[in-house]
Ligand binder design. Structure first.
Ligand SMILES: [Zn+2]
Length: 228
């Protein structure tokens, strides 16, 4: 009975094609998962994501799993992950990222996973932090521990379109805080996020992480937005 009620309010369908033929704990069907445009970046030095940060942030390695394009499956599933309470989707995509990470020859150098934090108000509205779900999925596949309470977002996002670039950057620097620096001292951390576009927020977070003594930083996102 409970299950029947739940399926009315939360239909169990693929986030990309809408089929209801998928395992209980999946958010996307295997056919759609198979068509995601993989980047192969985990096995590629000097890939597009690493290049974004040249001259901006000292990274050991950086990668994204899939390409993001407008009106694509990737856009649809990311939208559902953010706005449709699809926890199972986040965990599944994280496991998919974990499979890819296992093919990287640098995975053994990573000590822990750190999901990009959301402001607590936004997390309450969404019901979860999608980057935390991705990190948990990666943890399942790789055995690397995910620390979800190490980083904090202390300022909510606000419209930045009317501000100057330098002013925006100043604001970004005050957005994040490391609440548990002892977790990551002298560790090589892998920062996890859902999408990378300009890299500005990841750069601001990354700078904070690198202020903790002895840290090394790498980066892994689900999707990478191609420049227009
Ligand atoms: Zn599907």
């Amino acid at each position: 009975m409970l299950h029947a009620v739940q399926s009315v309010f939360f239909p169990h369908t693929c986030a990309a094609c809408g089929t209801n033929k998928l395992p209980d704990n999946a958010g996307i069907c295997s056919a759609c998962l198979y068509t995601l445009p993989e980047t192969g970046f985990t096995r590629m030095q000097a890939n597009e994501v690493e290049k974004i940060f040249y001259g901006r942030l000292t990274l050991e390695h950086a990668a994204a799993s899939t390409y993001f394009t407008q009106k694509s499956i990737v856009q649809e599933i990311l939208h559902q992950l953010k706005y449709s309470y699809r926890k199972e989707l986040g965990l599944q995509l994280g496991e998919w990222m974990g499979f890819q990470l296992r093919t990287a020859n640098w995975m053994s150098k990573i000590d822990c996973l750190l999901p990009m934090p959301l402001h607590p108000k936004r997390k309450a509205v969404r019901g979860y932090n999608q980057a935390e779900l991705l990190a948990k999925g990666i943890e399942v596949q790789t055995g690397l521990p995910a620390y979800s309470d190490c980083l904090e977002r202390i300022t909510p996002t606000r419209s930045q379109t009317t501000q100057h670039r330098s002013e925006r950057w100043q604001n970004m620097r005050e957005v994040f805080k490391i609440s548990k620096p002892s977790y990551i001292e002298h560790k090589h951390v892998l920062l996890i996020d859902d999408v990378i576009t300009t890299g500005a927020t990841l750069e601001a977070m990354g700078e904070k992480i690198l202020q903790v003594p002895g840290t090394k930083l790498s980066l892994f996102c689900f999707a990478y937005t191609l420049p227009h």
